[in-house]
Ligand binder design. Structure first.
Ligand code: ATR
Length: 263
């Protein structure tokens, strides 16, 4: 049986195994996808298991998306540009790191029939997923990417990867067309962002990378003002679909049953 893994810390709440194992089953593959909580000092050994073909692929989540890079032989353009790897596979005996979060975000935006060309994007947060979002926004040709993070220095560090970004102080809300919450605020139902969005007006998009809960207070506030809202569910499903395609050579179907897995 072919083995696949998602690694992270914490990892208990990851829904990747449910999603991948569903697709493995409906496609009649002889495989299993498991989650594994690991410590950073075990990364090298675990990744070597792919080279030995004991494991055929690994998904990487917080906080190891950058930390895995030294143990890989090759990065794709996407993972190199973002210094962020969420999918590892073996190709011609070389360990390759790729980033499917970018595609996940981009395709979730396409689903909304949104054209972001020349639009202004405000991203809240500077953690693990933010480089992928910035890369996707640049690819979609936004006119401006503005980053606001509670710890400003972390936002400033993103300038090494993306010269074009602007940084604003946490608490300031500049004009935007789409605002993306990429912080962890909202994961708990009672979480409230220390940010006043009451004056942003209508005709904007409020996007939250969080999908559980399905409607964070951030999205509720956006909706109340009459704006379009979207959570991170489709982004998550699309990133998983891309990884599945890389490993198994099959594009698994996304239908209501798949979407329900994440409810
Ligand atoms: P990591 O930072 O380890 O990559 P993450 O979950 O990807 O983890 O990122 C957490 C993000 O949520 C960070 O941008 C964090 O801001 P800081 O850099 O200042 O820590 C942000 N965040 C977490 N709690 C927050 C809070 N109460 N208010 C505002 N931002 C918060």
């Amino acid at each position: 049986m072919n083995k696949y893994l998602v690694i992270g810390n914490p990892i208990e709440h990851s829904l990747s195994p449910k999603l991948h194992n569903f697709w493995i089953k409906v496609n009649n593959l002889d495989a299993i996808y498991e989650k594994k909580k690991i410590n950073e000092n075990k990364l090298a050994d675990l990744i070597l298991e792919i080279k030995k073909k004991n494991i055929l692929g690994i998904n990487v989540t917080v906080p190891f998306k950058k930390a895995v890079i030294p143990y890989l032989d090759k990065l794709t353009f996407e993972s190199e540009s973002t210094q962020s790897v969420n999918t590892i596979y073996l190709e011609d005996d070389k360990l390759v790191g790729h980033n499917t979060d970018i595609e996940g975000f981009e395709r979730s935006i396409q689903d909304l029939k949104l054209d972001l060309i020349n639009k202004k994007a405000l991203v809240l947060g500077a953690g693990g997923v933010v480089p992928s979002i910035i890369f996707a926004l640049n690819k979609m040709k936004v006119s401006e990417v503005i980053i606001s993070n509670r710890t400003k220095s972390k936002a400033e560090s993103l300038k090494y990867l993306f010269k074009n970004i602007k940084i604003v102080e946490w608490g300031k809300i500049p004009e935007f067309d789409i605002i993306i919450n990429a912080t962890s605020v909202g994961l708990k139902n009672e979480d409230k962002m220390n940010l006043d969005t009451s004056k942003v007006g209508k005709n904007k998009v409020f996007y939250d990378v969080i999908y559980n809960p399905s409607e964070t207070n951030f999205l509720k506030a956006g909706k109340k003002l009459g704006n379009k809202t979207e959570n991170g569910k489709m982004m998550f499903i699309y990133q998983a679909q891309s990884a599945f395609k890389i490993w198994h050579g099959i594009q698994p179907k996304i239908n209501t049953e798949v979407i329900k897995i994440l409810d």
